[in-house]
Ligand binder design. Structure first.
Ligand code: MN
Length: 334
C-alpha cells in the first residue's frame, strides 16, 4: 500500500467494476450503525447502480441523517435479506466478521474497507483489503470517490461523508491533516453551510428516561488508579458512548462504561488524546480482553469496545488490569 493509497484505489476500482458488471454488490455496514459506517456504505453505493447499502442497524445519528437526506439503505436481519444475484460484498468500517451482526453467505468474494487499528478478517484470493490508518472510513471513501467517481459526490453524498468525518474524528479532535484536506474538498463547491450542519448534526436531545439513565450512571461512577493511569468507570443500560464521553470530561485518563443484558456484557471505553499520545491503545486492550474472556473486542486507540458473555465485574477487572500494565511514555509538549 502506498502512503496516499492511490494504488489501493485503482485495485478497488477494478475489483468493484468487475463485481458490479456481474450482478449485485451489497455494501455492508458495521452493526453499531454509526455515522461513519452508514455514511461510507451509502456514499460508496452511490457510485454504481448495482451497489446497495445494507446493514442490521442504523444508530440514532445515522437514522436522523438518512431520514433528512432520504438516503437509500436496506435494513436486513440475515444474509437472506441481501439483494438477489449477489456477486460480491463490500464491508465498510467493521474490523471483524462478528461486527456486522449476521453470517455472510459462504464463498462470496469480499472487499474490506476499514480504518481500525486491529483487523481480523481473513482475506482470501478473490478478496481485497483496503486498510488505511485515517480518522474515518468515510475519509477513505471520500478520497476514492473524488478520484474515481467525482460525479457521485452529490450534495447528499457530501453531507453523509462529512457527517462520518465529523463524528468519527470527534469533530476533528482526532483528525489528521488528510482529514481536513478531504473535508475541505467536500465543502468547496457544495451548498453545505458547515456551521449550520454541525449544529444540526450534534443536536441530539435526550428524552427524560435517557436523562435518568445518564444521571444514575454518573451517580454510580467510581474512580480508580490503575498503574500509571486514572480510570473512571460505571455501568449504564443504554447510551454507553455518551456516558463514556461525559465521564471523560471529569478529567481522568480513561473512562469505561459497562452494560449487562440477557447474558451479554458490553464494555465501552474512551481515552483522552493525551493518554493515547502517551501510550494507551484501547483497541488493543479490548482485543486482549477477547483473547482472555472470549467475545469480540477492538477499535481505536481512543475509543473501543468489547462484547461477550463474561460476567460484568470480570470484564471490568480484565480491562482495569490491562490498563495497569501499559507504561506511560511521557512526551515533550509541542
Ligand atoms: Mn469508523
Amino acid at each position: 500500500m502506498t502512503n496516499n493509497g492511490q494504488s489501493d484505489f485503482s485495485n478497488l476500482k477494478n475489483w468493484l467494476d468487475d463485481a458490479c458488471s456481474r450482478g449485485a454488490v451489497a455494501v455492508i455496514t458495521g452493526m453499531n450503525g454509526d455515522m461513519d459506517t452508514i455514511g461510507s456504505a451509502i456514499s460508496l453505493a452511490a457510485s454504481h447502480s448495482n451497489m446497495m447499502a445494507c446493514g442490521v442497524h442504523l444508530g440514532r445519528v445515522s437514522r436522523k441523517v438518512c431520514e433528512k437526506l432520504s438516503a437509500p439503505f436496506r435494513k436486513i436481519n440475515s444474509a437472506n435479506d441481501l439483494p438477489s444475484q449477489l456477486t460480491a460484498v463490500v464491508i465498510v468500517d467493521a474490523a471483524s466478521p462478528s461486527q456486522i451482526g449476521f453470517d455472510l453467505p459462504a464463498n462470496i468474494a469480499k472487499c474490506i474497507i476499514d480504518h481500525h487499528a486491529t483487523n481480523e478478517w481473513e482475506i482470501l484470493e478473490d478478496d481485497i483489503l483496503i486498510q488505511q490508518s485515517v480518522s474515518a472510513t468515510t475519509e477513505i471513501i471520500a478520497n476514492y470517490l473524488d478520484l474515481y467517481s467525482p460525479q457521485s459526490l452529490t450534495s447528499p453524498v457530501r453531507k453523509l461523508l462529512l457527517a462520518g468525518l465529523i463524528t468519527d474524528s470527534g469533530r476533528f479532535k482526532h483528525a489528521k491533516n488528510s482529514t481536513f484536506a478531504i473535508a475541505n474538498k467536500l465543502l468547496v463547491g457544495s451548498d453545505i453551510n458547515y456551521q449550520k450542519y454541525v449544529e444540526w448534526l450534534e443536536n441530539n436531545p435526550t428524552n427524560s428516561s435517557e436523562k435518568g439513565t445518564l444521571l444514575r450512571g454518573l451517580q454510580k461512577s467510581q474512580a480508580i488508579d490503575s498503574g500509571e493511569w486514572s480510570i473512571i468507570y460505571t455501568n449504564c443500560g443504554t447510551l454507553e458512548g455518551r456516558m463514556a464521553g461525559l465521564l471523560l470530561g471529569i478529567g481522568h485518563d480513561v473512562s469505561l462504561v459497562s452494560r449487562s443484558r440477557d447474558g451479554t456484557t458490553r464494555l465501552t471505553a474512551r481515552a483522552t488524546k493525551k493518554s493515547t499520545d502517551e501510550g494507551i491503545k484501547l483497541g488493543l486492550i479490548m482485543q486482549k480482553i477477547s483473547q482472555k474472556l472470549g467475545g469480540d473486542g477492538g477499535g481505536h486507540d481512543g475509543a473501543a469496545g468489547w462484547s461477550g458473555n463474561a460476567d460484568r465485574i470480570a470484564a471490568e477487572s480484565a480491562f482495569i488490569s490491562e490498563v495497569a500494565i501499559q507504561k506511560r511514555e511521557v512526551k515533550n509538549n509541542d
